[in-house]
Design a protein around this ligand. Structure first.
Ligand SMILES: C[S@@+](CC[C@H](N)C(=O)[O-])C[C@H]1O[C@@H](n2cnc3c(N)ncnc32)[C@H](O)[C@@H]1O
Length: 244
């Protein structure tokens, strides 16, 4: 499904899919009764100009319906940079949550299987993925009983977003391909230490723990400064590799 960002200014942007015909904004109605093309501009009934842009990963991430804490784009970008995951990778995500990680990863890898023990979170994630992602590239699975049926060395990477990722250490040692990636996200450094210790005893090496801060800047012709708000600590991300 094609999605469009109607961008007027940083304070006014609207994300839509192809199905809408008219949208109502405080800057007037916008009629979308024809094929839109990226890059063109259209006007509202109050004569406000909107550019039709392809939404970024961040535009989508910020609009998800959140029933859980979610990954932010600043963190998700690092998953790709610090791992070997690519367009041929099959990835297991443990802890679907609201589907923020699922939607992002599915844009870059071959297939994402995502499991969660909570039915309502899976349902919300499914709605988010249908609205904002590529549902064909994703398999959502309820229940951790799934873990009993997974084949050995099936995944190029596993991404875990749970408070105690180490509860899946035996499972990950079995299902991650040799040389594959394990990535886990936890908010506190004590959790990082504990999980690293457990995974290091299960054939995982090459540990790297990172934290990402993003500071956006306001850039005007006569003055430039960082915005007052910044995305600072959300999670520690730990990356490691499975060996034989
Ligand atoms: C913080 S949320 C994940 C958020 C997700 N990364 C996102 O970006 O939307 C953690 C999720 O893990 C699920 N969960 C908790 N324990 C689990 C377990 N043992 N196995 C699978 N999922 C679990 C919870 O139901 C919750 O949906």
């Amino acid at each position: 499904m094609k999605r469009y960002l109607l961008w007027n200014s940083l304070e006014s942007s609207i994300l839509i899919n192809e199905t809408k015909e008219v949208i109502h904004t405080h800057k007037g109605k916008i009629h979308l009764d024809r094929n839109l093309e990226y890059g063109e501009c259209i006007y509202s009934t109050k004569n406000k100009k909107y550019y039709i842009l392809k939404p970024t990963n961040e535009d989508i991430n910020l609009r998800l319906s959140r029933k859980t804490n979610t990954f932010l784009v600043k963190d998700l970008s690092m998953i790709l940079g610090f791992s070997s995951l690519d367009k041929n990778s099959v990835v297991l995500e443990i802890g679907t949550g609201s589907g923020a990680g699922t939607i992002f990863l599915a844009n870059f890898v071959k297939k994402v299987l995502s499991i969660d023990i909570n039915f309502w979170n899976i349902l919300n994630a499914k709605e988010n993925i249908e609205k904002y992602g590529n549902i064909d590239d994703v398999v959502l699975i309820l229940s951790n009983h799934y873990v009993d049926f997974v084949k050995e060395k099936m995944f190029d990477g596993v991404v875990i977003d749970l408070p105690e990722p180490e509860i899946y250490s035996d499972f990950c040692a079995r299902v991650v391909k040799d040389g594959g990636d394990l990535i886990f996200a936890v908010p506190n450094i004590e959790q990082v230490k504990k999980a690293r210790e457990v995974f290091s005893k299960k054939n995982f090496v090459y540990f790297r723990t990172i934290e990402v801060w993003v500071r956006k800047w306001l850039v005007r012709p006569d003055y430039c400064r960082p915005y007052h708000e910044m995305q600072a600590h959300s999670m520690f991300f730990t990356f490691c590799k499975k060996i034989k």
